[in-house]
Design a protein around this ligand. Sequence first.
Ligand SMILES: N[C@@H](CCC(=O)N[C@@H](CS)C(=O)NCC(=O)O)C(=O)O
Length: 212
Amino acid sequence: MRLYVTPASPWVRRVRVAINELGIADRFEYVQTRWPHSWGTQTVTTLAPDFAAATPVARIPALVTDSVTFTDSNAIVDYLNAEFGAYRLLAREGAARWKALAVIAVASGNLEAQIMRRAELLRGDDKRSDDFLAKMRDRQMRCHAAIEKDHLASFGETFDLAQITTAVACGYDEWRYGPGWRDAAPKLAAWYDAVAQRPSMKATEPAETPQR
Ligand SMILES: N[C@@H](CCC(=O)N[C@@H](CS)C(=O)NCC(=O)O)C(=O)O
């Protein structure tokens, strides 16, 4: 299987953490993608031909298997959880599934805000909207606080997809925007400091995307 990646992407990271937690990292070929800083607002015309051919969405992660191509992290982790994880990272059905999906939706909303904020920042001083940046930051802080208030106490022993997505949202915020998020959710920050030591998290710490 071929997984298109970059070390800066939190969506890629949640897939890679899931892969490492499932112990199946050696089943994948990891293909590094390259992006110009204009990716946030302009069509990227310099994508490698194999990547462009694999995904009309032209975003990462994308997973190419012998039988199917997935162009979204949710579809990828759903596939890996079912095919290789015996539903260990996300319950197949029932209350446990709905509870996890509720957490994932908040953590993903947080990640979307962080990526939109990043794209806006890349537009440059003269074009960016301070109102939009503030709106995204407010969403991030609300999401961190809501996970702390509504979900943290019920996190179980398994570092599952709900926890993985939450940890990746914390980690990206810290890496891109600094420790300010910790004020919004100090208990979540303490939890994050512990799970950030897991080998799956250590092996996938963010780094800047190679430029093209
Ligand atoms: N909902 C998608 C989001 C994927 C996404 O936004 N990826 C970003 C990298 S963090 C990307 O490829 N952006 C390039 C672009 O938008 O042109 C997922 O879960 O995979």
